[in-house]
Design a binder for this molecule. Structure first.
Ligand SMILES: C[S@@+](CC[C@H](N)C(=O)[O-])C[C@H]1O[C@@H](n2cnc3c(N)ncnc32)[C@H](O)[C@@H]1O
Length: 254
């Protein structure tokens, strides 16, 4: 980078938690970063791989990182633009894959509009890797031929609401991210709209990490089971017949 030149922002997927699932390209860029802007979902152990002098900026929207109030998306966007305009190599480390419910698309739009060079490094998304670590293949020829991924977060769904009545009738596996708090309402809507009450459901918490936990039940029982088990976030929900495979395919990392 020539002095005074414009920098670059790498939108890098950090994977679901297990550091072994971080990509080689992501590691290569992290090792050369001058600034790392990291999300709460990115494994903090990854930060050890940034150069000693790199500036590390916490962009966890849910944590009060030495601040009285939560960081907003506008503030994160402003940081990315400012650091790139200082000529820095910026790694924007985002949980899972940056373009799967990660607002990576919005950040890329901001950078593109400002004429800041950027690259996208896809990451291993939680929506299939977390079920995989719990012994649940989200697709399987004997059970389904499709998988649908939605957000259960009402606020993010408010501009493009999730069509729960249609989803209740959609065959295949349904994976819900950001859906733990609203699981009672979600399961009720699927039941009211015709999804069978005995449909198997798994809720997987802190997937791919040492503290991973799975709670299984059916569409009619899972909300109560989750309320009893006090699962820590992050967690996702898998709905469909493939959940039955968890009993047979559950495995532990060696
Ligand atoms: C804002 S979305 C980001 C998804 C991310 N971009 C991805 O591709 O995995 C966050 C949601 O992903 C799910 N999630 C991410 N990591 C997880 C993990 N290790 N275990 C369980 N769920 C996870 C949870 O549903 C969480 O609320």
């Amino acid at each position: 980078m020539k002095p005074g030149g414009i920098g670059i922002v790498y939108l890098v997927g950090a994977g679901p938690g297990d550091i072994g699932l971080f990509t080689l390209r992501g590691m290569e860029l992290l090792k050369q970063a001058q600034v790392v802007v990291y999300d709460g979902l990115a494994n903090p152990g990854l930060l050890r791989h940034a150069p000693a002098g790199a500036e590390l900026i916490c962009a966890d929207k849910h944590r009060r990182a030495q601040r009285p109030q939560r960081i907003t998306q506008d503030e994160i966007n402003a940081i990315l633009l400012a650091k790139a305009r200082e000529g820095k190599r910026v790694v924007r480390l985002k949980g899972g894959d940056p373009f799967i419910f990660g607002r990576g698309g919005e950040e890329a739009e901001i950078l593109a509009a400002a004429g800041i060079p950027f690259e996208v490094v896809p990451g291993v998304s939680s929506f299939y890797s977390v079920p995989a670590y719990a012994g649940i293949p989200v697709t399987h020829r004997d059970y389904n031929s499709s998988v649908t991924v939605v957000t259960g977060h009402e606020q993010s769904a408010s501009t493009n609401p999730v069509d729960w009545p249609a989803l209740a009738k959609t065959p295949g596996t349904l994976v819900i991210l950001m859906g733990l708090k609203s699981i009672s309402r979600t399961t009720s809507r699927l039941l009211e709209n015709g999804r069978p009450p005995e449909t198997p459901v798994a809720v997987i918490s802190q997937g791919t990490t040492k503290t991973q936990r799975t709670v299984t039940g059916t569409l009619s029982t899972i909300a109560a089971l989750v309320a009893q088990s006090q699962l820590p976030l992050p967690a996702l929900i898998v709905i469909g017949d493939v959940v039955q495979l968890e009993k047979k395919l559950g495995w532990k990392k060696s």
